[in-house]
Design a protein around this ligand. Structure first.
Ligand SMILES: Cc1cc2nc3c(=O)[nH]c(=O)nc-3n(C[C@H](O)[C@H](O)[C@H](O)COP(=O)(O)O)c2cc1C
Length: 126
């Protein structure tokens, strides 16, 4: 495995990537950094946060690298929603998929994401 590649907005996916990096000694890069250091077709572990069921950055990463393992970080419990996430993101059946519980802090969000989640929090509170 050449690298861990990840996309994180508020830091929880980054934390998971760094834990895996420390445990495996495989270097971790953001998707942008990876473009400068990796070559097309390199084998990677990809981690992305879930937004409306979509794994951020997965499509782009898949078009460049040979993704062997995917970790989707969301609000659900670790190990839940795997069938739905696999289906919605068209993850091949021979690719290992983990769902991991991240975190949610509205104060760490900005722009459109903050707006979307403010509406959701208000709606859920009713
Ligand atoms: C706009 C928005 C949409 C989200 N949609 C989902 C979702 O569909 N499923 C889910 O499990 N989590 C969802 N989440 C929660 C994030 O995936 C979660 O907070 C994650 O830990 C963020 O990772 P990050 O800290 O690396 O950015 C959403 C968060 C935001 C801001």
């Amino acid at each position: 495995m050449k690298a861990i590649v990840y996309t994180s907005n508020t830091g929880t996916t980054k934390e998971y990537a760094e834990i895996i990096e420390k445990k495996t000694i495989i270097p971790a890069y953001t998707l942008d950094e990876a473009e400068k250091v990796l070559s097309a077709g390199d084998e990677v572990i990809y981690l992305g946060w879930l937004m409306a069921g979509t794994i951020k950055g997965y499509k782009k990463a898949k078009s460049k690298y040979d993704i062997k393992v995917v970790c989707a970080v969301g609000m659900g419990g670790t190990g839940t929603q795997t069938a739905e996430v696999r289906c919605k993101n068209n993850i091949p059946h021979d690719t290992t998929l983990f769902t991991l519980q991240g975190g949610f802090d509205i104060n760490k969000l900005s722009g459109v994401y903050k707006l979307m989640m403010s509406v959701m929090v208000k709606t859920a509170g009713k």
